[in-house]
Design a protein around this ligand. Sequence first.
Ligand code: UD1
Ligand code: CA
Length: 452
Amino acid sequence: MPVDIVILAAGQGTRMNSATPKVLHPIAGKPMLQHVIDAAKQFGEVEINVVIGHGAEQVRERIVETGINWVTQAEQLGTGHAVQMALPNLRESATVLVLYGDVPLVNAATLKQLVMQVDENNMALLTVELDNPSGYGRIIRNSNGDVEEIVEQKDATEEQQKIKEGNTGIMAIHQSRLTGWLEELKNDNAQGEYYLTDIVGFASRDSVTVNALVSQSRSEVLGVNDRYQQAMLEQICQQRLAKQLMAQGVTMYDPTRFDCRGEITVGKDVLIDVNAVFEGTNSLGDNVHIEPNCYIKNATIGNNVTIKANSVLEDVTIADNCDIGPFARLRPGTNLQENAKIGNFVETKKANIGKGSKVNHLSYVGDAEIGSNSNIGAGTITCNYDGVNKHKTTIGDDAFVGSNSTLVAPVEIENGGFVGAGSTITKTVPEDNLAVGRSRQRNIEGWEKPKK
Ligand code: UD1
Ligand code: CA
């Protein structure tokens, strides 16, 4: 039987207090709605319908997915009304699986279990046992234990409110049944909404069996209504990922102080010390050591690389055996070749640093090309900006730049060029030349010290 998925994502999310629609708020660097779509896609051949309303434009812009049917619910009249908007897209005799855009950690395996139980005479419902079911619709069962209906919190009697089994909202229904029942929905309830949950009562009236699956994992059914709940789910995701990485051979001294807001792949014997934050897409080779407090975004890092404490890397590629930091800042377009070294308080940007070259202390290297085995002394600055345009500094192989030199770009130091400390270099240093670009030292004899 074909499976059609309907993801409800039209609500405002008032309690987020945000200009951004709730379903776009991220968990582990990915919009909540994207998590749900990714779970839905694990079905393979499915049609995915997403019902949007509040911030619809923003949602469509942010979620870059092909093959989704976007359905607009202009007015949010309730979950039943939302599903109704998607009805014209649903295929005849499909199993319709309803998911919520604000319940992001749903497990594809659970969903498959639900879908398997559906035909014209069976629907499926995911429920959860809660210590505090406040806010959830309650599952009403008869004396045989069969599900008879769902009563929303605001419509429930005191007796019904004591029920601990809550509705997750996730359900699967045969298309023909759903179509009929949605037509019958009324909004004569406490919230004046068309409740999707009312179809469960219609099912038991029409002798359709309601197969209730009690979720075995609390986290997969947790919804996000406010930023605190968002943070709780974030933690769950981070802990899961930390565990996965450790299973792949990563050492973490404290997995509760690990954050990856995006994707990460790792080699063997990687060490990630505390408070490392990864964003975007990162890959770490074998024996990569990340010391405390590093921020790493979109980095491709080879084997045997050490990133020392408090370093910041963004849009960089680092070859094998490089050494970076502490307190280094590698900005976009920095590429280090094998055995290169970037030391403390060094900033790089659009810079290719060749094999075995070193920029060890207190430098700015931007718009620069450095060959292999060159040494850039402490405090060297590439003056790449003339106030209007950026210019390039080219340094060959085996060059040596003395400390506190300023290299006024565009400028080139050829292979083996040697720059005396404190020089201001404005024109080419030819191969193997020594360039000294500073006024000579004068020693003045018999000089009298100033007096008080
Ligand atoms: C719903 C369920 C409740 C369940 C709970 C679990 C109903 C009537 N109630 O209540 O039984 O325990 O979820 O979290 O279904 N939405 C739309 N259009 C609308 C209204 C809602 O797209 O007109 C979307 C929201 O964006 C959200 C989802 O549907 O993603 C759930 O809506 P929400 O208002 O949060 O329902 P709850 O009151 O939490
Ligand atoms: Ca909700």
